[in-house]
Ligand binder design. Sequence first.
Ligand SMILES: Nc1ncnc2c1ncn2[C@@H]1O[C@H](COP(=O)(O)OP(=O)(O)OP(=O)(O)O)[C@@H](O)[C@H]1O
Ligand SMILES: [Mg+2]
Length: 250
Amino acid sequence: MNRLVIKNLKKSFNNVWALKGLNLVLNPGEIFVLLGPNGAGKTTTLKLIAGLLHPTEGEIFIKGIDLQKNPIAAKSVIGYVPDEPFIYDKLTGREFINFVAGIYKIDRADYEHRLAELFTTFGVGSWIDEMSEGYSHGMKQRVIMCQLLLHDPDLILIDEPLVGLDPKTSKTVRELFLRLKENGKTLFISTHTLSFAQEVASKIGIIGAGELKFIGNIDELARISGKKDIEEIYLQLSEVDRDEKKITET
Ligand SMILES: Nc1ncnc2c1ncn2[C@@H]1O[C@H](COP(=O)(O)OP(=O)(O)OP(=O)(O)O)[C@@H](O)[C@H]1O
Ligand SMILES: [Mg+2]
């Protein structure tokens, strides 16, 4: 069964379209990376799939469950990391994770062992028992990553996963994503880090002004753009509209 099906998804803010009719199907074991300039609609798309925004039009199905009609069931199989993750200042990382586990009604005995592994993977060390107000941005990101995987979500949505992570942690994150993919999870990631997209994506989408302009694996996008280097591919494909406009203007 398709893991994620998006049909004609539209979102407007104050009568301005932020997303203009997105169609997308993702399957188990895929990493979809969404690229596009600032304001293109990446965060809006992720928030719609996470159920944090209501679509103006269109439908979203997660493992066949209609997100609009059955939000609790649909959201229970999603893990979402926003672009600016929030942890209550006065909670320790561990308290925050326990709090989230409570929301998802996860049995504590089930996750203690897995959580200990995740703490080691992400090197959170003794920080986990410090109040999060003292965390660096990267440390917050690491704790959020541990929390993300706690309820074993099948569809993982991550907005800008690498911002603020040091090189070693960002390598850990890349390896983790590939491992999740091997385990049949589906990842939908928005980023500006092109090398990351090249390394992990099984499918890349390029969005501009609320419209998905291109979708394909790196080889397909290279063929369409006539370029080899990921940066050149991206610049060529993301600027198609601008070039067309130039042509009509002159
Ligand atoms: N709550 C909101 N109210 C009004 N307009 C919004 C709101 N959220 C997003 N927008 C608008 O929707 C458009 C898409 O924004 P979005 O945050 O999805 O872009 P993005 O691709 O994530 O950009 P970035 O790369 O900067 O993160 C922008 O024009 C933005 O100003
Ligand atoms: Mg964004």
